[in-house]
Design a protein around this ligand. Structure first.
Ligand code: NAD
Ligand code: ZN
Length: 389
């Protein structure tokens, strides 16, 4: 079969590889019909996640048709049209039973790699390095789905692929990001990053009762999408001092909650110079211009910082003093996709939430290398690319 494979930094290729096989009784094989490229894939593309091996198959946002099931699978059968949540989860362990699917204890055989450093680590993820289990991903013609009885969700025939694909990752991720803000009716929510995750977090913030939503980015097309589709007031961080503007626009208090939908690859905000004196005084020479520091500064006292944006390893010089002094709550992590599938599917069915507006580019699997380049550079108005094998 054909698959999108990682060959090093900024190098993905479409290779011919062996078809996946059933390895365990709880496996299924899915023939992929649609597969997204995610902002998280860019961390792999940009060489920010260690333990990638040459030839690893990428992709964790995909759906398709079941073509084969293992002997222990009774809940799904050949021919079912399904979506596949990105965290691989057994459904039986303490974490799965608690609904913390992305923290499953039994799906990441390589969790030992991070246990020494972090104390513990998360579930296996399709196509997301050997730190997350080394599973082959879904930017391919076929994929093996472990724990298929908990990992697959059937899709109603009347909902087209593009209506439901983002249930596999970014729609639940936007939802969890907003839910983690504990929004009270009328709250002000500011979202850093107008990529797919940020935009869906804005939509979900309204759904959960926000009274005002601010959107921060630098790309005019993305800011336009935030205004058009997510009713957000927008701020360009290359033109505006974000902290100051947000304070002025919230009566001097700051937003009730701030969402970091950027992650570890944040671009400079253009205001690093303002911190030069502080940097010298505090010897912050390794300081990186992460957006998270700006969120912490902008958030109102007692507010919440929600971090769907991906971080790995250590972030230098976190302003712990500010988190303490302002009494902030910080919530982060991979999304427990399985927990949100059914409620969000219902919102799609009733038309309350539609995430298909994000798709700016449709490509064949063969064009994936061009797709990665375009998405990484945010060229040609690119917000979200879907691949059709
Ligand atoms: P994306 O790359 O399309 O969007 C990121 C956006 O952030 C871009 O528009 C970029 O211009 C903007 N940005 C960069 N620096 C900024 C700054 N200093 N201030 C404000 N905006 C800035 O990616 P995406 O698909 O929307 O994903 C966003 C993040 O969410 C990524 O880190 C991704 O890995 C993560 N993610 C997490 C989960 C999860 O389970 N927690 C799931 C999916 C994606
Ligand atoms: Zn993703």
């Amino acid at each position: 079969m054909k698959a999108v494979c990682w060959h090093g930094k900024h190098n993905v290729q479409v290779d011919t590889v062996p078809d996946p096989q059933i390895l365990n009784p709880r496996d299924a094989i899915v023939k992929v019909t649609l597969s997204g490229i995610c902002g998280s894939d860019l961390h792999l593309y940009n060489g920010k996640v260690p333990t990638m091996k040459e030839g690893d198959i990428l992709g964790h946002e995909f759906m398709g048709e079941v073509v084969e099931v293992g002997s222990a699978i009774t809940s799904i059968s050949r021919g079912d049209r399904v979506i596949v949540p990105f965290p691989i989860a057994c459904g039986d362990c303490w974490y799965c039973q608690e609904g913390l699917w992305a923290l499953c204890d039994n799906s990441n055989p390589n969790s030992w790699m991070l246990e020494k450093l972090y104390g513990d680590t998360g579930a296996g993820i399709f196509g997301y390095s050997h730190l997350y289990g080394g599973y082959a991903g879904g930017q391919a013609e076929y994929v093996r789905v472990p724990f298929a009885d908990t990992g697959l969700e059937k899709v109603p025939a009347e909902l087209g692929d593009e209506k439901v694909l983002f249930l596999t990752d970014i729609l639940p991720t936007g939802y969890q990001a907003a839910e983690n803000c504990n929004i009270r009716k009328g709250d002000t929510v500011a979202v850093w990053g107008c990529g797919p995750v940020g935009l869906l977090a804005m939509k979900c913030a309204w759904h959960l009762g926000a009274g005002k939503v601010f959107a921060i980015d630098r790309f005019p097309e993305r800011l336009e999408m935030a205004r058009m589709h997510c009713k957000a007031e927008t701020l360009n961080y290359e033109e505006t001092d974000i902290t100051e503007a947000l304070h002025n626009m919230t009566g001097g208090r700051g937003p009730d909650s701030c969402i970091d939908a950027v992650g570890m690859e944040a671009q400079g905000t253009g205001f690093e110079a303002a911190y030069d004196t502080v940097k010298q005084t505090l010897h912050l020479e390794n300081d990186r211009p992460i957006a998270l520091r700006q969120l912490i500064k902008a958030c109102r006292k007692g507010g919440t910082i929600s971090v769907p944006g991906v971080y790995s390893g250590f972030v230098d010089k976190m302003p712990m003093g500010a988190i303490f002094a302002k009494g902030l709550t910080l919530r982060a992590g991979q999304t427990h996709v399985q927990k949100y599938l059914r409620p969000l599917m219902r919102l799609i069915e009733t038309g309350e939430i539609d995430s298909s507006f994000l798709i700016t580019h449709r490509m064949s699997l063969n064009d994936a290398p061009m797709g990665y380049e375009l998405f990484d550079r945010k060229q040609d108005g690119c917000v979200k690319i879907v691949l059709r094998p």
